[in-house]
Design a protein around this ligand. Structure first.
Ligand SMILES: Nc1ncnc2[nH]cnc12
Length: 222
């Protein structure tokens, strides 16, 4: 039988089905790609609303998002929490970030070392505050771990981390106890490429948390 990689993976995000293109990374790996900036305004409404609804009762003082794809999420969630200011952790050392607080992103999947930077002028926005960290996808967990370290170094408490998707489960090891902070709107598997065909790795297919749907998806539909 001739099989080919399906073009799309159907992911459930905040209770709605979305088709994510399956993209082959190399001869062994493929991903169901979530490009937040290509998903449109309605998508931003859905994810911003679901994350804000879940974390609102925990009364975050401010939202922190990691560049680049965490930026629209930080804005959407902040808007719905009625917060004007938010903090973005940058990836590249812009000229005005010479004195930034830096954390290495210890990623095994990225060839070039990455860093996250916190502008020292933003520290006053975080010191002594209750922070909600947001991002698009938590996969290896290394970027989220660096974001959490930076926020804590700035003297803030991380009350939770809201993401659109968890991908596989390796982020649990990277985050250790902080994995409990993660709430996601959906889950996608990692893909293996076998004989040129991308197939979900069954060990990574179940949701972010052992009991069925991701916790945030469950609370969002209550
Ligand atoms: N599936 C995915 N889509 C977009 N960004 C990602 N980063 C890691 N996994 C990703």
């Amino acid at each position: 039988m001739l099989t080919a990689t399906p073009e799309f993976y159907q992911a459930e995000i905040a209770g709605e089905a979305f088709s994510l293109p399956i993209i082959q990374l190399d001869d062994q790996r493929a991903i169901a790609l979530l490009m937040v900036i290509d998903m449109g305004v309605r998508f931003g409404d859905i994810v911003g609303e679901a994350i804000a609804r879940h974390f609102g009762p925990f009364k975050p003082d401010i939202v922190v998002g990691s560049a680049t794809l965490g930026i629209p999420i930080a804005i959407e969630v902040s808007r719905r929490l009625g917060k004007d200011q938010y903090v973005i952790l940058q990836k590249s050392p812009k000229f005005h970030l010479a004195d930034a607080m830096v954390e290495d992103v210890r990623s095994i999947t990225t060839a070039t070392p990455q860093r996250l930077l916190l502008d020292r002028r933003s520290i006053t926005l975080l010191q002594g505050k209750r922070v909600l960290v947001v991002d698009d996808v938590v996969a290896t967990g290394s970027s989220m771990a660096a974001a959490i370290r930076l926020v804590r170094r700035a003297g803030a408490e991380v009350l939770g981390a809201g993401v659109i998707l968890t991908e596989g489960h390796s982020w649990r090891d990277a985050l250790g106890k902080d994995a409990e902070l993660i709430e996601s709107l959906g889950h996608i598997p990692q893909f293996d490429v076998v004989d040129g065909v991308a197939t979900p790795d069954p060990a990574t297919e179940s949701g972010a948390w052992p009991v069925g749907a991701p916790r945030l998806a469950r609370t969002a539909s209550r």
